[in-house]
Design a protein around this ligand. Structure first.
Ligand SMILES: [Zn+2]
Ligand SMILES: [Zn+2]
Length: 657
């Protein structure tokens, strides 16, 4: 027995009598916090609440910080502890199951934790509710998580006895002299784990098992095949319910599903993963995106260029891509003893155009824009629909200007980005300014003075527009600071899109010059900028944002002409022809189906307008108009409909009114 001091964070202190656990000591410091705590940090180290405090020899107080709910650290402990609960339930239901690892996931929007298992009989989706029910039963018994420290040999013996070869392997590889193991008392589960965990299963109230997937032990295809059980956990049932609702909404909007249902695009694995086939309907949306952007580029005095998809290997050595980025590039291919590589970025090509002649200050700025298709050797495990692919097109531009011109160019880029994103219906845009700041952990190119100037110019462009932004220290590219834009979609998710980047590197590497007023060569400033970022990815975001119901100007089919009887088929074709002449994209459905089925079909395809035609419409030369979300909006003359539709298209209206 001894008395010593404990202190809460930097706050109140108390005298306690040892031996005493962290949980007990916390109670003396703050009863409320003690009740809420899931685990704690003692002198900076994460421990369980059952950890026994040791007094400091130098008489300094032992510092305790509770790990609380509603914090990321707390969520980590909660989800990891729930993974243990999952393993306990699986062992209880399926004795003989071999266990792998069971970490918490905090960055994955789809899941909160998983456990890898090999059950005696392979598990099916139907087992998940049964396992979840058993988890609830165990949780409600309020069993403590108990830690034990034993020798490595003892741990190996225990897991040998339990016939857990994978756990033995982990201990063999990772453990030191002593090993910490965790029990959930009165359950069949023991884990080799560092912890910490919640004090007892009662803390686990809001969890759900989500899905089952295949996995390999250690992620290695030569190792045993396992099943991965995914789940998630939150601090409250309300949080879990809200998350599940959001997930359901996200699933409905999943661009991979809608891409198939609306026949927009495909990925055909037999011809290569991560490569996008744009079907006619998806291609319409892309054309509209590109046409809009080209119109704007011309208004803003950009020059549109086209460049090759491959170049001699030397180019990528001069640019530094091969040295710094080689892992993401496709391997070289040889023709007549010359090596070529596919382009992972467009920048060096635009530089080549700039360098093709001597430039005077009078020629600047030069603004080169290209829908430039690039190829990246992404690993198959990281590919995801349109969001992460191996071949994609960037709405890329590179600006070459004098130091005196760059501020205005940045200003224009920010305005341009704003206008583009608003046109596509993104109201909430988040700007991030990534700067070097005082970070010294990376190799930064360029002088302190250059950085200060560039960072100030980017910040001023945002400040002058009263744009709120987050300043992120140390997140700049090694060659210069940048502004990134993220948009919030219809269900509140953030998507990273375009960027404006200042570049100190390429003008040096490629020895870019312009002849200034002093008749001497000077270095121009180079800015990279993309607004959509990847066109594929932007399309994916649009599909999910609109849930496939594109505004009229983007919609692959803008109007479906639906005759009620065969007698009206000819009139329907005339109506469609006239609308096409007016520049609208129209489909007719002349199949011998009931009108209800035709409407349903057009509705499923999310066609903005349906023109329903019967005998009465022929007589009067009218169309009866339905709008996909409003239903019947009345009978009007074909001329009136045409005028309305054209107005909506030319103004790029976001709603059909
Ligand atoms: Zn654990
Ligand atoms: Zn670039």
């Amino acid at each position: 027995m001894s008395e010593f001091n404990v202190q809460l964070n930097d706050g109140p202190a108390a005298v306690v009598t040892g031996p005493i656990t962290v949980g007990e000591a916390l109670k003396k410091l703050d009863r409320d916090l003690a009740k809420q705590a899931l685990a704690a940090r003692v002198d900076g180290h994460e421990v369980d609440l059952a950890f026994t405090l040791i007094e400091h020899q130098n008489g300094q107080p032992v510092r305790i910080e509770p790990v609380l709910p509603e914090t990321l650290e707390g969520l980590d402990v909660l989800r990891h502890s729930t993974a243990h609960l999952l393993a306990a339930a699986v062992l209880d239901l399926f004795p003989g199951t071999k266990l792998g690892i069971g970490p918490a996931l905090l960055d994955d929007p789809r899941y909160g934790f998983f456990y890898d298992v090999i059950a005696p009989q392979p598990l099916t989706e139907a087992d998940l509710p049964i396992i979840e029910k058993r988890m609830r039963q165990i949780a409600s018994r309020n069993l403590p998580y108990r830690r034990d420290e034993i020798s490595k040999a003892e741990a190996l013996r225990i897991f040998q006895e339990r016939d857990e070869p994978l756990k033995r392997e982990l201990i063999d590889e990772k453990a030191g002299e002593t090993v910490s193991v965790y029990y959930i008392d009165n359950s069949p589960f023991i884990d080799f784990c560092l912890g910490p965990h919640v004090p007892n299963t009662n803390k686990l109230r809001a969890f759900k098992l989500l899905s089952l997937a295949g996995a390999y032990w250690k992620g290695d295809a030569t190792q045993p095949q396992m099943q991965r059980i995914y789940g998630t956990a939150f601090f409250t049932q309300e949080q879990l319910d809200a998350w599940l609702k959001q997930r359901e909404e996200a699933e409905k909007r999943d661009h991979r599903r809608l891409g198939k249902e609306l026949d927009l695009f495909s990925i055909q694995e037999q011809y290569g993963q991560g490569l996008i086939f744009w079907h006619p309907k998806g291609a319409v949306v892309r054309q509209q995106m590109e046409d809009f952007l080209r119109e704007e580029l011309v208004k803003r005095n950009y020059s549109i260029v086209y460049t090759p998809h491959i170049a001699k290997r030397e180019l990528w050595q001069i640019s530094g891509h091969e040295q710094n980025y080689g892992d993401s590039m496709f391997a070289p291919t040889t023709l007549e003893e010359t090596e070529f590589r596919l382009k992972p970025m467009n920048c060096p090509f635009h530089i080549a155009i700039y360098k093709s002649q001597q430039r005077s200050y009078r020629d600047l700025p030069q603004r080169y824009a290209e829908m430039g298709t690039v190829y990246r050797a992404e690993l198959s495990g990281t590919l995801h629909g349109l969001m992460r692919v191996r071949g994609f097109t960037v709405d890329d531009a590179h600006l070459f200007c004098t130091p005196g011109q760059v501020r205005k160019e940045i200003d224009d880029c920010v305005d341009f980005a704003y206008q583009v994103l608003k046109t596509f219906g993104f109201e909430k845009i988040k700007f991030e300014l990534s700067v070097k700041g005082s970070d010294t952990s990376k190799q930064w190119l360029g002088s302190e003075e250059e950085w200060a100037k560039a960072e100030a110019a980017l910040a001023e462009a945002l400040d002058a527009r009263h744009i709120k932004y987050e300043r992120i220290e140390g997140e700049a590219a090694f060659y210069g600071p940048k502004i990134d834009f993220k948009v919030e979609d219809a269900i509140g998710r953030l998507w990273q899109l375009g960027t404006v980047q200042w570049d100190f590197n390429f003008p040096e590497r490629f020895e870019l010059e312009y002849i200034a007023e002093d008749n001497k060569p000077h270095r121009p400033v180079m800015v990279h900028r993309a607004l959509f970022g990847s066109i594929e990815r932007f399309f994916g975001v649009l599909i999910e944002h609109y849930a496939g119901a594109f505004p009229l100007w983007l919609a692959p089919v803008q109007a479906a002409v639906l005759p009620i009887t065969d007698r009206v088929n000819e009139y329907a074709q005339q109506v469609a022809a006239q609308l096409r002449i007016a520049g609208l994209r129209v489909e007719t459905n002349l199949r011998g189906e009931k009108i209800g089925a035709k409407i349903r079909d057009a509705q499923m395809q999310k066609v903005p307008f349906m023109l329903v035609l019967g005998d009465r419409e022929i007589e009067q030369g009218n169309v009866a108009v339905r709008e996909r979300s409003k239903g019947d909006i009345g009978v009007m003359s074909l001329e009136e409909f045409k005028t309305m539709a054209r107005r909506l298209v030319t103004t790029r209206a976001l709603t059909n009114t």
